[in-house]
Design a protein around this ligand. Sequence first.
Ligand SMILES: [Zn+2]
Ligand SMILES: [Zn+2]
Length: 339
Amino acid sequence: MQALLQENWEKDSISLREVEEPRPGRGEVKIRVRAAGICGTDVRGISSLRPPVILGHEFSGEVAEIGQGVEKIKVGDRVTSETTIYRCGVCSYCQEGFFNLCPERKGIGSGANGSFAEYIVVPEFAVHLLPRQLSFEEGAVLEPLACAVRGVLEQAELEGKEKVIVLGPGPLGILVSWVVKTRGASVILVGKREDEFRFQVAKEGGVDDTLNLDEVNVGKIVLQEIDPYGVDVVFECSGALSAVSLGLELLRKRGRYIQMGILHRPVTVDFDQYLFSRELEVTGSRTQTTSSWEKAISLLEKVNIPLKKIITHVLPLSRWQEGFELTQSRKAIKVILMP
Ligand SMILES: [Zn+2]
Ligand SMILES: [Zn+2]
């Protein structure tokens, strides 16, 4: 079958090639991939990458074959899969359900073969049925939605009365903003001049307002027009170093800061100013756990989250290079590849 393989740590080692079709072992499900989203980590890399590996971790498809012992999933089911397909099950994190933090964790598209291929094999425990109303393209966006749910509902434990700022209007930032809105909290999305199109899409999905860092002094506006104390919660979804200090600055005392973008380098933070003097709570949100997936799917049954709006491009897998370039250029929001 055709698959997009990253051979080694060099980005130019990514190529579409013929690989052997995987076969499901005991407890495993073989899925014919029908749609697979490109993530920033596919383009920029991630520390958990273990090449050679087939990239891609946001997908949906149809069950093509099941291994022995698979009980709940049938051939023909429309499904998606969690990214964590291996966890030890015995460590302290696994026992508490934090499979995303297991030291032995393997995720598809980084530690194990991913979804930029005709077929993928995953364990049955990772598989979720697609909600009926979702197309395969929308189904491929369930993974970033589950990431957003983890950040908003599980890490920030948003109650709904808060004033929220989201930094970075990429696919994750937009989804985070929309999940915030499902709680009834108010949300302002912050980005740059080249994000106008993304702002528009975010607003169509219910974001209260957007602020352009190239045009206004965001700190001043927040303190003068939103709340003189600052906002309650900041989600940093851009991965830009400068966004970290901006995010901390915008928070009221005892506010919550959640790092969701990957910064790729260390950052210097004044602990005296923020953690000691202001008692800020700072945490991160890494991928998702099974509970985040369950909450994301049940959220879609209750409220309308317009996943379709963030899908700007659908390309055949053979045009992956164009898809990667679009993802990097900010001309796209979410690019979907069709194997
Ligand atoms: Zn991703
Ligand atoms: Zn574990």
